[in-house]
Design a protein around this ligand. Structure first.
Ligand SMILES: [Fe+2]
Ligand SMILES: [Fe+2]
Length: 343
């Protein structure tokens, strides 16, 4: 039973119990007011903050994050969810992990963080040298701590549970996948919360919930953006069992809102750069973040677009190049690389 329902039961007992009706109504109002502090949280994802000491660097993405950061501070939410891909290449340049952690520590509001593939490696496949692996996972853990967590924030009917995981562990076959599944299997519902918000970096699916698995050699991008069916259905069972009301994912860099079986699936926008803007009629690849308001036990959301988009020019390849063959010559230039503004 939800907290709100419990409050209603207690209030009915008050009405039926001792005291005048006026006293009872006053107590009810006090009870509701104590339990209904409105509050807000922000979800921001795919920051891709990089460093000019790397084989590739896009200072525009750093500047976009600083714009988002300032807008978040102006909103002053109680909580900020960071949906992964904090860095450009934190998996292989662990210094980027420390830099972004220091940045977030100065943000102001509390941050709850999950990693993306740029911190812990790509969706597992046998033909990728930069796929998720235990070394990347250990580096992330050493800086950010556990990548699976479940916390409750807010009070009364506005108590919200937040659960975050590194969903790309699923299907990896790593020892860390077994540990994650053990953790998920022991996760229980929390009836004191009016909402349960899940955070994952990849989307549950590319286009629709029941879609078949994409062939990673033919349709690599949609394969790469979502979870395989077996992992999707396993995770969905855990989400449903634990009362999921919202699932927020990143990774695709295109905003979309889909409701499946009453659960709000929010595909989050990126702050760094857009992707897949022409994939769906209801997709929106504008850069920005999501603000969620919690009131009367309900969560509403709004898109906050970046106030400006950087035109700083960078260097280096996109995609997911192998570690071998990366060219650091620009990073080693003296004097050091100085970004310039584009046309
Ligand atoms: Fe990303
Ligand atoms: Fe990603």
């Amino acid at each position: 039973m939800k907290r709100f329902d419990l409050a209603m039961v207690r209030n009915r007992d008050l009405i039926l119990g001792e005291g005048s009706l006026d006293e009872s109504i006053e107590k009810i109002c006090m009870n509701i007011s104590e339990n209904s502090s409105d509050w807000s949280f922000v979800h921001v994802s795919d920051l891709h903050v990089g460093s000019p000491r790397s084989y590739r660097f896009q200072p525009a993405w750093n500047e976009n994050w600083q714009t988002a950061r300032q807008q978040i501070q102006e909103i002053a939410p109680e909580l900020v969810l960071i949906g992964g891909d904090l860095t450009r290449d934190g998996a292989t340049h662990t210094g980027e992990l420390n830099l972004v952690l220091e940045d977030l520590a100065q943000l102001g509001p509390e941050c709850l963080i999950i990693p993306g593939n740029h911190e812990v490696g790509n969706k597992w496949s046998p033909d990728s040298s930069v796929a998720i692996n235990s070394t990347y996972l250990r580096h992330y853990h050493n800086v950010f701590g556990a990548s699976e967590w479940s916390h409750v924030r807010g009070e009364g009917i506005n108590r919200v549970r937040f659960t975050g995981i590194d969903a790309f562990k699923l299907g990896s076959g790593l020892a860390e996948e077994t540990e994650l599944r053990d953790w998920l299997d022991q996760l229980e519902a929390n009836s004191s919360c009016s909402n349960h918000v899940w955070m994952i970096h990849p989307a549950l699916f590319a286009d629709h919930f029941a879609e078949p698995d994409f062939d990673r050699t033919v349709d690599r991008v949609p394969w790469y953006f979502g979870l395989n069916r077996a992992d999707r259905f396993y995770l969905w069972d855990v989400m449903k069992r634990t009362g999921a009301t919202h699932v927020i994912s990143g990774h695709i860099h295109c905003r979309r809102h889909v409701v499946v079986d009453g659960v709000h699936l929010h595909l989050a926008p990126a702050t760094a750069f857009p992707q897949w803007g022409d994939r769906w009629p209801d997709g929106d690849d504008r850069l920005g973040f999501l603000e969620f308001s919690v009131s009367a036990g309900k969560i509403t959301s709004r898109f906050v677009p970046l106030e400006r988009t950087s035109d700083l020019q960078g260097y280096g390849p996109g995609g997911n190049p192998a570690v071998e063959g990366r060219d650091y010559s620009v990073a080693q230039e003296q004097p050091a690389f100085e970004p310039v503004r584009g046309a």
